[in-house]
Design a protein around this ligand. Structure first.
Ligand code: GRG
Length: 306
């Protein structure tokens, strides 16, 4: 079993590798077929994507692939594609038309450091770059695996995944009646859960997992995503901006649909623990694989402080 401090050390090691890979991708040098990369746009994209973040999603891709016997730069690069989507979603979510935040990862948000149009374009640039990266031959020598990863990425991020979940969340804010617990769980499974579940699934895709392994990992990823979101809602209710690197207490202030509001804190915490246990239990479906890091990731997600 991997303890919490070993896990956090490994998370830090992987985060640094991810940061270096993202840094190399976000350059001012045009790629073949491009005309030029405007300096201010590149700078705004770098502000949104570099210098912070746990890099949990790339970590999950890399560690799922490793558990299935695949090492090397492919999973890291695929994880970076997913991280670029995650960073775009944060840049756009922070805009005045959405969550209207001025602080992210302990720094001013992109529209504050630059301007609103630049933040919209930086998000567009990050989203688009993600699909350039996932198509890169270095992701996998097998084009079928690259294609499956690209389609999975689109579906996790798009109308039936993150963007759709964000739309449901925003609609609920302005609707007269609050969402039910069931609708809240579906909205969250789309808004946050889809990218986390896909982080795991793309590791399985790239490593050529069997159908049975992929199904167990899908159960793990879904429980992990739900656990992550409820932990985020509990942190919003209980923590402070200095610890989080973003504003706290925002959900209660704007009647956000969260399970903390619906169930109350003690029941929300019990659900967080149950989801972490469910994620760990799903790993029993991978006999003969070293799943210690993935199990530790489930415990980390339930106990994280930022
Ligand atoms: C704008 C299409 C679009 C979608 C936005 C993900 C999202 C949808 C909004 C973010 C709002 C939010 C705070 C959601 C809670 C879960 C979450 C994504 C938290 C931030 O993720 P972490 O903790 O962040 O992995 P770091 O900074 O570590 O990368």
């Amino acid at each position: 079993m991997m303890d919490a401090s070993e896990f956090e050390t490994l998370l830090g090691v992987r985060a640094r590798a991810c940061e270096a890979a993202l840094d190399a991708l976000l350059t001012a040098t045009p790629a073949p077929g491009e005309i030029a990369r405007p300096e201010r746009l590149v700078a705004a994209m770098r502000h949104g994507a570099l210098g912070g973040g746990k890099r949990l999603r790339p970590f999950l891709t890399v560690e799922t692939a490793r558990a299935l016997g695949l090492e090397g730069e492919g999973p890291l690069l695929a994880g970076c594609a997913l991280e670029l989507i995650h960073c775009y979603s944060l840049v756009h979510d922070d805009l005045p038309a959405m969550d209207d935040d001025d602080l992210r990862r302990g720094r001013p948000t992109v529209h504050v450091a630059y301007d609103e149009a630049s933040a919209i374009l930086a998000g567009d640039g990050l989203l688009t770059l993600a699909f350039d990266v996932i198509c890169d031959e270095r992701v996998s020598a097998d084009p079928a695996r690259r294609l499956a990863a690209a389609q999975g990425l689109a579906r996790a991020a798009g109308i039936g995944g993150m963007a759709g979940g964000q739309a449901l969340d925003l609609a609920a804010e302005t609707a007269g009646a609050p969402l039910s617990a069931e609708d809240t769980m579906q909205m969250q499974a789309m808004k946050t859960g889809a990218l986390i579940a896909f982080a795991v699934d793309q590791g399985a895709i790239l490593a050529g997992a069997s159908d049975a392994e992929r199904a167990s990992l899908a159960r793990y990823g879904r429980a992990l995503g739900a656990c992550f979101q409820i932990a985020d809602d509990i942190l919003d209710a209980e923590s402070d901006a200095a610890t989080l690197g973003k504003r706290a207490g925002k959900d209660a202030g704007r009647n956000k649909a969260t399970l903390v509001a619906l169930l109350g804190l003690p029941a929300a915490k019990a659900r967080r623990e149950a989801l972490a246990r469910e994620a760990e239990a799903a790993l029993a479906g991978l006999p003969g694989r070293d799943v210690a890091v993935l199990a530790a990731a489930a415990r980390f997600v339930a106990s994280r402080r930022n």
